[in-house]
Design a protein around this ligand. Structure first.
Ligand code: GTP
Ligand code: MG
Length: 436
């Protein structure tokens, strides 16, 4: 899937390798390449342009860039933006209220009937009772095709050979499914063009008469830009709930997958990756972005970036301490760093010998909340120079933070002690901890 695009993107990122720092000039070059790669993969040019602008802005504005190597940073930003472009998070289909009716529509040969079978198969495995309705009354072999699939996966099917009114047929099918107590009804329909007025009237009438929980638009990803255009046309008429991308197992260029969400503003819900019944997957924008970039290891990349960033922050802090510039603002920043690292009880338990000692203690990160509230209630000058805090200022801060004088004094004492201690560490005044 998307081999060309992946390769092209990888090549654009290579340009950045070895560059010490992201600058407007060196990313401009590489992003121009990324944009070319996207357009060649048949991504809508407007989508590609907006995408590149966003990535550029993020890359330049990113304050962690000094800590990571630029190509890693750009890969991460591109990956996150790609996922965002495809919807960010995955969207489940709606199966309520029961019985859930799912109406499937799209162009001829896009993979509707195959998808109906696959969806039935997936939902049957989840324990749902399924009725497939053969709503394609125009192609003689259509009923046979769905009948074979229904037998193969072991679900019921409603069909009327020789029927002439698809709307009435579907209504009867729904009635029958309800009578049988089935909770999931999947309606296959004939392929149609958005310009075919008669057939578009038919599908909108079907939708109106059965009021489906989900109307899904099935689109062949191999058709690239056309896929996006037809999706738009169908959506204007049918107002569908989600998109199913088919034939992603082929050598599709990927443009449809990337642009459809932005252009149509409806979530991609499933992707179909073959002719067999077990090749349907829920569409996950983030996993798709990983696949497109051909990088499975993004998570560790992010962690690494984070680690390096923290290292730099720590170095800065050390320098401040040496110069005796440690303020309440820094104290606050430190608390926030610790909070970011996770639950302090979990963290502390990793220190040998400590775990057992604190096992029964009730500590959680909310112990920091008061401290934070107090510091937030101070003016910037007060945070810089706690000596300013006379009793009237303290009273004001106590009011602002919902605490009292005793708590403020306690915090100031803690701050004094910790800055004294940290200064000693920073200037090498304390013996190094023995290595284990
Ligand atoms: N490789 C691949 N082939 C698929 C996929 N989905 C469907 N096909 C094939 O595409 C062809 C058309 O699929 P159908 O499910 O019949 O498409 P349809 O939209 O129902 O077609 P009409 O009813 O004629 O409009 C068949 O040969 C399918 O086997 C897929 O995800 N991957
Ligand atoms: Mg069909």
């Amino acid at each position: 899937m998307f081999e060309n695009l992946s390769e092209r993107l990888e090549r654009s990122f290579k340009l950045l390798k070895g560059q010490g720092r992201i600058s407007e000039i060196n990313i401009a070059e590489s992003l121009k390449d990324v944009r070319k790669a996207l357009v060649e993969a048949d991504v809508n040019y407007k989508v590609a342009k907006t995408f590149i602008d966003t990535v550029k802005q993020k890359a330049i504005g990113e304050n962690v860039i000094k800590a990571v190597n630029p190509s890693q940073m750009i890969v991460k930003i591109v990956r996150d933006e790609l996922a965002q472009l495809m919807g960010g998070t995955s969207t489940e289909i709606n199966l309520k209220p029961a019985p859930a009716i799912i109406l499937v529509a799209g162009l001829q040969g896009s993979g509707k009937t195959t998808f109906c079978g696959k969806l039935a198969n997936t939902l049957k495995k989840k324990g749902r009772g399924i009725m497939l309705i053969a709503g394609d009354i125009y192609r003689p072999a259509a009923v046979d095709q769905l009948t074979i699939l229904a037998e193969q996966i072991g679900v019921q099917i409603y069909s009327e050979p020789g029927a002439t009114d698809a709307v009435a047929l579907v209504e009867r099918g729904v009635k029958e499914a309800k009578a049988k107590g089935l909770n999931t009804i999947i309606v296959d329909t004939a392929g149609r063009l958005a310009i075919d007025e008669k057939l578009m009237m038919e599908i909108t009438s079907i939708k109106k008469s059965i009021n489906p929980a989900e109307t899904l638009f099935v689109v062949d990803s191999m058709t690239g830009q056309d896929a996006v255009n037809t999706a738009k046309e169908f959506n204007d008429r049918l107002d569908f709930d989600g998109v199913v991308l088919t034939k992603l197992d082929g050598d599709t260029r990927g443009g449809a997958a990337i642009s459809i969400r932005t252009v149509v503003d409806k979530p991609l819900k499933y992707m179909s990756l073959g002719e067999k019944m077990d090749t349907l997957e829920v569409f996950h924008p983030d996993r798709m972005a990983d696949r497109i970039l051909g990088m499975g290891d993004i998570v560790s990349l992010v962690e690494k970036a984070q680690e390096q960033f923290d290292e730099e922050a720590a170095k800065k802090m050390q320098a401040k301490l040496r110069k005796n510039e440690f303020t309440l603002t820094d104290f606050l920043a430190q608390i926030q760093q610790v909070k970011k690292m996770g639950n302090i009880k979990d963290l502390a338990s990793m220190i040998p010998g400590v775990g057992k000692a604190i096992k029964n203690l009730d500590i959680d990160n909310s112990v920091f909340n008061k401290t934070e509230a107090i510091i937030y209630s101070m003016t910037p000058e007060e945070r810089q120079n706690p000596a300013l805090l006379n009793s009237s200022r303290k009273t004001r801060i106590a009011k602002g933070s919902g605490t009292d004088l005793a708590e403020i004094n306690k915090l100031l004492k803690q701050f004094q002690e910790s800055s004294k201690m940290m200064k000693m560490v920073a200037t090498g005044g304390l013996p190094k901890m023995p290595r284990r």
